[in-house]
Write a protein that binds this ligand. Structure first.
Ligand code: 1GP
Length: 243
C-alpha cells in the first residue's frame, strides 16, 4: 500500500461504522468501488467496539474487492478481517494512552491476525470555530490553520521516527479543509507520502491539495451526501499530479 501511495495519487473513502448499520456500509463500499476509490478506511472517533468494526468490514468485503484499512480510535476497534491498519501515532494528542498504551495492546493483535501495519503520523488541524468530533474527544496540542510551522515540525518528527506517511486531518465535516499552504510547507520538508482529509467536497479542492503535495485524498461524508461529487473528486485525484 505504501508503495502504491508513493507511486501514484490515490483516493481513500472513509466509512465510519458508528454512522450506519453494517448492511448500509456494504452498499457504501459498493459505491466506493464503482466510483473508483482505491481503498476503504474503516473507523472514527466514536466506533464503540471490535464487533461493530468486524460486522462493517464483513459487509464491505461482501460488496467490494477494495482493500480495507482500519483507522482505529483504540486497540478495541481492531478487527481481524481487515487487510491493513494505520498504525498511527496521534502526534498532537497530549494523552499518552493514544501515543503508546493503546499501541501496545493493539500490536499483538495486529501480529496475531496478520493485519499489515502502515506506520503513520496523525496530525489533527483545527480549522473550525466549532470543534469537530475528534477535537471534542481528545486532549490536544491545538494546531490552528495558520500554525504552519507546528504542523511541519510534527511531520519532520514523524519522518525521523521512521513512520511511512503522515495524515493531515481537519476532522470530519470541518468548516474548512487543511490549508494548501500548510500541505505545501510540509511537502517541502518531508519525502514520505502525505494523506489529507476533512472537508474536501469538490474536485477543484482535491486538485489543489494534490498540487500542493498531497499523495492521498480522503473523503468520508460525501459518500452519504453526494456520489456525483465523489466521482468527480476521484477522477480529479487520479488525473492530477503535484507541481
Ligand atoms: C475525517 O478526513 C476524514 O477523519 C474525512 O472527513 O467526512 O469531512 O470527508 P470528511
Amino acid at each position: 500500500m505504501i508503495e502504491l501511495m508513493e507511486k501514484r495519487k490515490l483516493h481513500f473513502s472513509l466509512i465510519d461504522p458508528d454512522k450506519q448499520d453494517a448492511k448500509e456500509a456494504g452498499k457504501m463500499a459498493y459505491n466506493c468501488e464503482r466510483y473508483g476509490s482505491d481503498a476503504i478506511m474503516v473507523g472514527g472517533s466514536t466506533v464503540p467496539d471490535r464487533e461493530t468494526a468486524y460486522r462493517t468490514i464483513e459487509e464491505i468485503k461482501k460488496n467490494s474487492n477494495l482493500p480495507v484499512i482500519i483507522f482505529p480510535n483504540s486497540a478495541h476497534t481492531i478487527a481481524e478481517n481487515a487487510d491493513y491498519i494505520f498504525f498511527m501515532d496521534f502526534l498532537n494528542s497530549t494523552e499518552l494512552e493514544f501515543k503508546r498504551e493503546q499501541h501496545m495492546l493493539g500490536a499483538k493483535l495486529v501480529k496475531k491476525w496478520g493485519i499489515k501495519p502502515i506506520p503513520m503520523g496523525y496530525i489533527v488541524i483545527s480549522t473550525s470555530r466549532r470543534p469537530t468530533t475528534v477535537e471534542t474527544k481528545m486532549k490536544m496540542n491545538v494546531i490552528r490553520e495558520d500554525d504552519v510551522e507546528k504542523a511541519v515540525d510534527y511531520a519532520i518528527y514523524a519522518e525521523c521516527m521512521g513512520m511511512r506517511c503522515v495524515y493531515l486531518d481537519a476532522g470530519s465535516n470541518p468548516e474548512k479543509p487543511v490549508p494548501n499552504e500548510m500541505i505545501r510547507a510540509v511537502r517541502k520538508e518531508i519525502d514520505i507520502p502525505i494523506i489529507v482529509g476533512g472537508g474536501i467536497k469538490t474536485a477543484e479542492e482535491a486538485t489543489r491539495k494534490i498540487k500542493a503535495g498531497a499523495n492521498v485524498i480522503v473523503t468520508g461524508s460525501l459518500l452519504e451526501e453526494n456520489l456525483e461529487k465523489l466521482g468527480e473528486i476521484i477522477r480529479a485525484v487520479h488525473s492530477a499530479s503535484s507541481v
